[in-house]
Design a protein around this ligand. Sequence first.
Ligand code: GRF
Length: 221
Amino acid sequence: MIQVGVLLSGSGTNLQALIDACQGDFPARIAVVISNKEEAYGLERARAAGIPAIHVPHRGWGSRAAFEAKLSETLGEHGVQWVACAGFMRILSPAFLDQWPWRVLNIHPALLPSFPGMDGQGQALASGVRIAGASVHFVDSGTDTGPIVAQAATFVSPMDTRDDLVARILTMEHKLYPMCLRMAAEGRLQVKDGAAMVQLAHGEALLLLDPALLADPTQGA
Ligand code: GRF
């Protein structure tokens, strides 16, 4: 059983998916949830699940290094072995990452390496792509540039609003992240020569597809 620390800044629906997964037969538990935003609803979700929920503001430390040292210290105090970023809106520096060597995962709402950074869903919509999705990747010091672990794909309709696409991708994120955390917890996930290496378990795949992607176009609506 591994101990996971979740870093977030917002609503925490991915945290909820991880909490729900941990209720079952799952090789990880969430030891602490940390938010840089006090009002993040993710902290409420953690408290409701009986998980320590801690606000560590990113301002007021004098330096990013001091903020990140506090993050690391808090994670360490809770016995954390892996860190899962779930809507954490801060870039982590090499000094932080060196303390957690290839032990930090992130979920990004786009099929990386396309559309890194802010608003991956809006970028996808604006570009006119017809396939979109989410990626779980190891965090390195770039913006959404670390080794990709697995991805989940869905479609983009010309009728979609940004909210439609956000919701459709989120549904896929909630399947993808628990799957990747299980891989990590079972010691089946590592980085070698800059690439993510995964030992797949029976029935697992590194690309999850929205069933709607498989609809038969000859059958009409
Ligand atoms: C998700 O879209 C995730 O991919 C991105 O931030 C969003 C967090 O959503 N990194 P939530 O707070 O988990 O609902």
